[in-house]
Write a protein that binds this ligand. Structure first.
Ligand code: ACO
Length: 370
């Protein structure tokens, strides 16, 4: 039999054709349905990105308002919160979220579909439900009652206010909206691949999203943002972080928030942008300069020692801290923001499906006798 080529971790392998997004590393551009993601982040809002990804074009003013209403008004079945309330408080927030998304399927009469049109129609509701569940995770874990989105002027404002339980300034809302856009879609990372693999069996969007949540939880992927914050908390000062990073590197440990399969030796463009957003937030709030200085020292040390640059999760961590978002929500927010990209990929997979079923290079024994 002809020997097929093998690339560990599928590095460099083209595993899908897509019209959704592309990382053009040479031009330092993240293309989202033809637009530059950084331009979208600078000039548009998360609701526009939802329209672009799911409905394949930027929404008109009228459609935008309608979409915002659908996202904010999506009702979460009370039973989903009741299920969450029964889980041990010690359970990881991503595991709680996976359980909630799985339970949501039970309340969707059309859960069991792989029809792209129907999936597209329910996408705004599902994205809105996921955001509300994420915002309420800590409250329910503490034995409290879920609060539905209400009173805010935008989806981002409702989402942030429900998390932090206080009034939020327009600068804070804008920063949060930009984080959501930065996380919205990014070609074929492990979680999106996992979702597409599940969808390729013609299984439904809920199963695909649960697979993506499991993938995203891992510290080599979405879980890195919370690990970054724990590292910053341990380090306390720029000098402390430099010392900690050097110690970890001497022990051959990985430094969370650095490196990326696609951008390994260059800065993730999203990280650069979030760093700018963090600077703006620090100057608007008049606090957090020390936290940012610590991150910048970490960035310098890693560049000098390993030639590695921050990925998105590195600067997301101080931004979340500046917004008073609890660490347990860092990775769930990643998922809430990414749910739109994942749903777009599930729809595309269902529209142009071919079952994923690769082969292996067998390294085990043969011919053993019983
Ligand atoms: N800290 C220290 N060394 C690193 C790091 C890091 N964060 N990342 C890569 N390296 C080193 C590896 O040790 C390896 O060195 P070696 O050749 O001397 O053994 C070299 O760089 C190549 O690393 P690989 O593991 O082969 O690269 P891979 O493409 O598999 O890794 C990954 C990508 C998993 C993201 C890696 O950079 C990493 O572990 N980063 C930390 C976790 C993290 O921040 N994840 C978030 C990714 S972005 C996202 O999900 C939004």
């Amino acid at each position: 039999m002809e020997e097929k080529s093998y690339s560990p971790g599928l590095e460099g392998v083209i595993a899908a054709e897509t019209r959704i997004s592309f990382l053009d590393v040479e031009r330092e551009e993240i293309v989202i349905r033809g637009y530059n993601l950084l331009e979208l982040i600078r000039r548009r809002s998360y609701v526009d990105v939802v329209g672009l990804l799911v409905e394949e074009q930027l929404p008109t003013e009228a459609r935008r308002a309608e979409l915002e209403g659908q996202l904010v008004g999506a009702a979460v079945p009370p039973a989903v919160y009741e299920i969450l309330a029964k889980l041990p408080a010690s359970m990881h927030s991503m595991d709680r979220l996976r359980t909630a998304v799985s339970a949501l399927a039970g309340f969707d009469p059309e859960a069991d579909t792989a029809d792209p049109q129907r999936e597209r129609a329910k996408a705004p509701r599902l994205i809105g439900q996921i955001a509300q569940i994420v915002a309420n995770l800590p409250r329910i874990a503490r034995g409290g009652k879920a609060i539905p989105f209400h009173g805010g002027r935008s989806f981002a404002e409702n989402f942030l206010r429900t998390i932090v339980e206080r009034e939020v300034s327009p600068t804070e809302v804008r920063a949060f909206d930009q984080i959501l856009m930065a996380y919205s879609e990014h070609e074929l990372p492990n979680s999106t691949f996992a979702a597409r693999v599940v969808a390729s069996t013609l299984s439904d969007v809920y199963g695909a999203l649960c697979a993506a949540i499991a993938s995203l939880k891992g510290p080599l992927h979405g879980g890195a943002n919370e690990a970054v914050m724990y590292m910053l908390q341990e380090a306390k000062t720029p000098e402390g972080l430099e010392r900690l990073i050097r110690e970890k590197l001497a022990r051959k440990e990985r430094i969370m928030g650095f490196g990326h399969r696609v951008y390994m030796h260059r800065m993730d463009p999203r990280a650069q942008l979030l760093k700018e957003v963090a600077r703006e937030l620090v100057s608007a709030k008049g606090k957090g300069a020390d936290l940012l200085a610590m991150c910048e020292r970490g960035e310098e040390v890693m560049r000098a020692e390993k030639g590695l640059y921050p990925n998105l999760d590195y600067y997301a961590a101080p931004l979340y801290a500046l917004l008073d978002i609890p660490i347990e929500l860092y990775t769930p927010i990643f998922f809430a923001a990414r749910s739109v990209g994942l749903i777009a990929h599930v729809i595309e997979q269902h529209r142009e499906n071919r079952l994923y079923r690769p082969r292996v290079r067998y390294l085990g024994p043969r011919g053993l006798t019983l």
